[in-house]
Structure formats: structure tokens, C-alpha cells
Design a protein around this ligand. Structure first.
Ligand code: S3P
Length: 172
């Protein structure tokens, strides 16, 4: 594995929609002094359309192409980054670097998404969401460098992660 805290490493936060990747990412980047990027936000800004409208007007395949192109660009950035990915991104685009899986139980995710004003095009009903969760969870776990239980505050998770990343860094 690449040194997680090396000069140009990318730290990718992955996990199901609603698990808190963006909040943790911003907090972690601040503590590490790295730049932070949220792939959904970047794509929505670049297209000048919400993710919901990109799905509706241009389709999921188009959105996945944008994600792939964005990852290819980010891989060329010659500095460390913390990147919060959209929930489906790592399943369509392979990632290189340190991959942190933020895992949460289905009921907590469902409650968060149900109450979230930010609409998720792939969240139509509870059964469909559960099927997606069952299909994706083992894939996230398989590709992850580290798996964290997302059931903690962003501050606690950041502390846990910084400690884990430093332990895995060969310079320590
Ligand atoms: C998606 C998750 C969303 C967003 C899009 C598709 C997915 O991001 O990229 O709606 O396939 O799980 P969040 O994980 O930030 O909700």
C-alpha cells in the first residue's frame, strides 16, 4: 500500500449515500492540512446542474462518465487530497490511493436519507435502497484500505483516522 500520508497520496472516502463522507472529509482535510474535494459538488458545479437533474436530464451513464473523468483528473493532481466520493463512484471507477470505507447500518442510513432534504436519485423506496445496500456493502469492504464505523461524531472519526493513518505510515 502507498504511504497514506505521503506527499501526493489521495485519501478517498467511500460508502453508502448518507454515511457522512462529506462532513468527515472536510474535517479530516482540515486536520491534515490537505485540500478537500467532494465529487458530487464538483460535478454539480462543473455542469451547473444538481445531481438530481443530471440523472433526470442526462442519465446515470452520463453521470458515471463525469465521475470517471473527474477521478482521472484528480489522480494527476501533484499534492495530497482528501476526496469524498458519491456513493456509487468506487463501484464504477477504480481508485488508487488510501481508501476509507465509512460503514453504517442500514436503518441509520435509511433514517438519515429519509430526513435529508438533498434528494438522491437512486433512493426511491426502502426495499430498493436495501437491495442496493446489500449489493454494495461487501464491495466497499473489499476495496477498502481501512473500514470505520460511521456511528460517531466527525471529530471522533477524524481522530481515529489520523491515528490509524499515522500508524500505517512507514515514517513512523
Ligand atoms: C449515488 C450517491 C450520491 C450521488 C448520486 C449517486 C450512488 O452521492 O453521487 O446520487 O450511486 O450511491 P452521496 O453518496 O453523497 O449521497
Amino acid at each position: 500500500m502507498l504511504d497514506p500520508l505521503s506527499l501526493n497520496n489521495k485519501i478517498w472516502l467511500i460508502g453508502f449515500m448518507g454515511c457522512g463522507k462529506s462532513t468527515l472529509g472536510a474535517c479530516l482535510a482540515k486536520v491534515l492540512g490537505y485540500r478537500f474535494l467532494d465529487t458530487d459538488l464538483q460535478i454539480a458545479t462543473q455542469e451547473n446542474l444538481s445531481i438530481e437533474r443530471i440523472f433526470k436530464e442526462k442519465g446515470e451513464a452520463y453521470f458515471r462518465q463525469l465521475e470517471r473523468a473527474l477521478v482521472a483528473n484528480l489522480e494527476q493532481v501533484p499534492s495530497p487530497l482528501v476526496i469524498a466520493t458519491g456513493g456509487g463512484l468506487p463501484l464504477y471507477t477504480p481508485l488508487k490511493g488510501t481508501i476509507i470505507y465509512l460503514a453504517l447500518d442500514f436503518e441509520s442510513l435509511y433514517t438519515r436519507l429519509f430526513n435529508d432534504p438533498n434528494p438522491r436519485p437512486l433512493f426511491k423506496d426502502k426495499e430498493g435502497l436495501h437491495a442496493l445496500y446489500t449489493q454494495r456493502s461487501p464491495l466497499y469492504a473489499k476495496m477498502a484500505t481501512l473500514k470505520l464505523d460511521a456511528n460517531a461524531t466527525p471529530q471522533d472519526l477524524t481522530l481515529q483516522l489520523v491515528t490509524l493513518l499515522r500508524t500505517k505510515s512507514p515514517s513512523n
